[in-house]
Design a protein around this ligand. Structure first.
Ligand code: HEM
Ligand code: HEM
Length: 302
């Protein structure tokens, strides 16, 4: 039995050193590439950052810092409830909405596992937060920092990518503009992953009607796979994103997003630490017993 288990794990154990060797080879290749004359010409034309219009706002307004914090805060509980739903264990309680509150529907409300109900509650505030963010982005002109304005973003992202790979981080000036790879990944997160989570999540939720014709295209199993892929994306993005924030000038980066200032003081790091404490306390408090109390405000709990 143990030998069988060992044999099953054997190839997986080799994946880690194999990935490290591959990564080391890629780093060497990127370093070699950067010495070649062809690359020097390419990088002179596409330095890794696209031009922004002259009137682009500089710096991070306070609302952006709040919005960004609330996004991480809500995502924490979305991911926690998502993993509990996926765990497929018998839920500790079920919630049925009373049809006499703010939300009233023609059909009778469906009984939901407390995890799905909580997931939907946090999703609602997360989506509202996202909508406010996008409206403010466009109202203040900040959108040009996170939306590609031309195809030259692709070759510029190649330059930035080769710089990252050679472990010599590309020029980084988040206060003024993002490099092309940051821009593409923030764009994908806000304008592709977010809406895809919403669309596929609604498809799996009670608001979606079985008789809609689009269901032949967006089947439940396709929606479930895409919804799960979004989870994997958000987790991978967050690991790489926070990893780079902390390794490319942590104090300055944390200052820009968490304190709205562009210097190397410790203020942003302290605010960030405070935000982690808030998340930790909420993680401990907002467990099933408290969720049940909240559910009782608008429904029955069994
Ligand atoms: C909690 C840990 C996090 C930290 C410390 C952090 C830090 C930062 C910092 C410093 C910036 C400015 C970028 C720069 O100058 O390079 C930024 C931007 C951004 N972050 Fe995070 N982040 C965190 C979590 C997340 C999560 C979970 C998401 C989404 C899944 C996210 C999405 C974004 C986006 C979309 C931007 C660009 C925002 C804009 O300029 O409009 N971040 N983050
Ligand atoms: C944007 C609004 C969202 C809505 C309306 C939504 C809706 C739902 C619903 C209704 C379910 C339960 C499906 C069932 O009964 O089996 C669910 C499960 C799930 N959600 Fe969401 N969700 C949203 C956002 C997210 C986000 C942002 C993530 C990832 C970060 C996520 C990850 C998951 C996962 C992994 C499951 C388990 C799916 C499975 O059983 O295979 N959801 N979601």
């Amino acid at each position: 039995m143990t030998r069988l288990r060992e044999r099953r794990w054997f190839p997986l154990v080799w994946l880690i050193p194999a990935a490290l060797v591959l990564l080391a080879l890629l780093v060497l290749a990127a370093r070699w590439l950067r010495e070649t004359p062809g690359w020097l010409d390419f990088a002179a034309s596409f330095p890794g950052t696209t031009e922004l219009p002259a009137d682009t706002p500089v710096g991070f307004p306070a609302w952006l810092g709040w919005q960004h914090f609330l996004n991480s805060f809500f995502l924490l509980f979305i991911v926690r409830s998502a993993l509990l739903i996926r765990g497929r264990q018998r839920p500790p309680a079920f919630v049925t909405r009373r049809n006499d509150g703010l939300i009233r529907t023609k059909g009778a409300p469906r009984r939901l596992s407390v995890h799905v109900w909580w997931h939907l509650v946090v999703d609602t505030v997360w989506v509202l937060n996202g909508v406010v963010y996008v409206v403010l982005l466009f109202a203040t002109g900040q959108w040009v920092r996170v939306v590609p304005l031309g195809w030259d973003v692709i070759p510029n992202a190649v330059t930035a990518g080769v710089h990252y790979l050679s472990l010599d981080w590309p020029a980084h000036e988040g206060w003024v503009h993002y490099n092309a790879l940051q821009l593409l990944s923030y764009f994908a997160t806000v304008f592709l992953a977010g809406p895809l989570a919403l669309l596929t999540g609604l498809r799996l939720s009670p608001v979606w009607k079985h008789e809609w014709r689009v269901n032949r295209l967006l089947t439940e199993s396709l929606a479930r796979s895409l919804h799960f892929a979004v989870l994997v994306y958000f987790i991978a993005f967050t690991i790489v994103h926070v990893g780079l924030v902390l390794t490319t000038g942590a104090l300055r980066n944390l200052n820009t997003m968490y304190a709205g200032r562009n210097d190397d003081s410790w203020i942003g790091a302290l605010v960030f630490a405070g935000s982690l404490v808030v998340m930790l306390v909420a993680w401990v408090v907002l467990r099933v017993p408290v969720q049940k109390k909240i559910a009782l405000l608008g429904g029955t709990v069994r």
